[in-house]
Ligand binder design. Structure first.
Ligand code: TYD
Ligand code: MG
Length: 493
């Protein structure tokens, strides 16, 4: 038997060290180093078999062939994959337990089987009976021919899987989950960093060697104490993340890495009693419960990857009673960065003098539970803040986007065309946006698509506020109520 020594492996990033440390020197995580036994490599007296050297090939001689792809039948899954699954690729689907990973993959398996191809579903977590019960809920059993082409296998030993796959006719193999697969000659337990990494590497070789597409499920634990899919990210071709959304039955599918397509793509799916369903018009869905005519709300055409999604920014501003006792007012944000909120409040305070929000409690929210990080959010959020402060509504026919600089200037952002097309399609009539982003080609595109939306180019936040009817009012005396009066931006004109 091979003599073994132990190493300490970081469960977060996979780094190995010979001694235990409280903090991983590579990723900086605390308390993540776990001891694992590693069998000694048998080098003494043996020559290493490195196999036949592969051929050298000039870049120009490499054929210009598109990777052959096939659909999963779930439009949003296809989109985040860059247009379907690539033959012979290894895809990792990560996400917290219970989010619907097995459901999504069984739906994909059912579609592939319906097209006449063989699917092998290897489950180390559930028995074939449990998978059958899920298939019944999803209506897979009703599709003639589909279930006979899906083979279920409760197997966790990598060696058996390797042997099976080498002669397999399957087009798609699902491994649910990578944390349950183990290599018998390695002593660490299944799910440990070494096991997960070695098994995934072996499956990668199989996928490439046999031309089989393999979909791996990977669990992310909250504490990250066992090997999370991060260890695998370098190894696999594509990493997808499946997670919940603010609304309890909405799921978001994101691409974190893709060797065969765009990253940052997003898919929205709704879970009901019959499985996961695409939400084709995400913008209409997120705006469906919009409160028309309420001060403090502005519609923002956000970009989720290459996809525009209209969301409503909501702000509630109220007088802070705590401020009178010298306690700082409340600032709360849901779905957007709290630092961004503070920064914009400071810009408004400094650049638009009469809108002091220093003694107000401010609550900002992205309705529908979407999380936004883009700089283009600055302008609609600033408009919503002032609208909420003054109690004056912003026209419900208007969308706004643009980055706000510390000088109160509006900076250009990307994706204007897609944002405007989506807004016009949903019936919005005006777009307040960076003047710099408006050019002839943008106007031509809108004209060619027969989209009727007025472009309001602005250079400063003051201009944008004034256009929205928030610029020519002054907060009156001690009452705190707005009253018509001097232009607060007079000194910035
Ligand atoms: P599952 O796919 O097992 O999640 P994961 O593989 O990520 O752990 O699905 C988990 C939850 O989804 C489960 O609590 C039940 C729910 N669900 C539905 O709401 N509708 C359905 O049709 C199915 C199959 C599951
Ligand atoms: Mg599962």
């Amino acid at each position: 038997m091979a003599k073994s020594h132990t190493v300490f492996v970081c469960s977060k990033c996979g780094t190995q060290t010979p001694r235990w440390q409280g903090k991983c020197h590579e990723c900086g995580a605390w308390g993540t180093l776990l001891e694992e036994a590693v069998p000694e490599r048998k080098l003494g007296g043996m020559s290493l078999n490195v196999g036949t050297a592969s051929e050298l090939i000039s870049l120009s001689e490499v054929g210009n062939v598109q990777e052959p792809r096939f659909s999963t039948g779930v439009a949003d899954l296809d989109r985040v994959l860059g247009g379907g699954l690539v033959k012979g690729s290894l895809v990792l689907l990560g996400g917290p337990p219970g989010i619907g990973k097995s459901t999504l993959l069984l739906q994909a398996a059912s579609y592939v089987a319906q097209q006449g191809d063989e699917v092998l579903y290897i489950s180390g977590e559930e028995s074939p009976r449990q998978i059958r019960m899920r298939a019944e809920r999803l209506g897979v059993m009703k599709q003639s021919g589909s279930c006979s082409r899906i083979t279920l296998w409760s197997e966790t030993a990598l060696e058996n899987i390797e042997n099976q796959l080498r002669g397999s006719q399957a087009k798609l193999v699902i491994v649910d989950s990578i944390q349950t697969i183990y290599r018998a000659d390695l002593s660490p337990a299944p799910g440990s960093v070494t096991q997960v990494r070695e098994c995934a590497a072996a499956l990668m070789r199989l996928a490439k060697g046999c031309g089989i597409t393999i979909l791996l499920v990977g669990h992310i634990t909250k504490g990250g104490d066992i090997a999370g899919p991060r260890v695998l990210e370098h190894l696999v071709d594509t990493v997808l993340h499946f997670d919940s959304h603010g609304m309890h039955n909405v799921r978001v599918l994101r691409t974190l890495k893709n060797r065969f397509g765009n990253t940052n793509e997003v898919g929205f799916l709704a879970m009901d009693s019959e499985g996961l369903h695409p939400i084709p018009n995400a913008s209409a869905f997120f705006l469906s419960q919009r409160a028309l005519g309420a001060p403090g709300t502005v519609v923002f055409p956000s970009m989720e990857g290459s996809r525009p999604v209209l969301v409503e920014i909501q702000v509630l501003v109220s007088d802070s009673y705590a401020a009178e006792q010298g306690v700082p007012p409340v600032r709360r944000s849901v779905g957007l960065d709290a630092n961004k909120l503070s920064l914009l409040l400071a810009v408004i305070q400094k650049r638009c003098h009469n809108y002091s929000l220093g003694k107000s409690d401010v609550y900002a929210n992205v309705a529908g539970g979407v999380r936004l990080l883009e700089p283009a959010l600055d302008l609609p959020l600033s408009l919503a803040l002032v609208s909420g402060r003054l109690g004056i509504e912003v026209s419900s026919e208007l969308v706004a986007f643009g980055e706000v600089g510390l000088g109160g200037e509006i900076r250009a952002v990307s994706g204007c065309e897609a944002r405007l097309i989506e807004a016009a399609k949903l019936g919005f009539k005006k777009a307040v946006m960076p003047l710099r982003s408006i050019d002839d080609s943008l106007r031509r595109t809108l004209k060619n698509n027969a989209l009727n939306i007025e472009l309001v180019g602005v250079q400063t936040l003051a201009e944008a506020l004034r256009y929205c009817g928030l610029g020519s009012v002054k907060r009156g005396g001690s009452s705190g109520k707005p009253s018509a009066g001097a232009d607060p931006f007079a000194e910035y004109q």
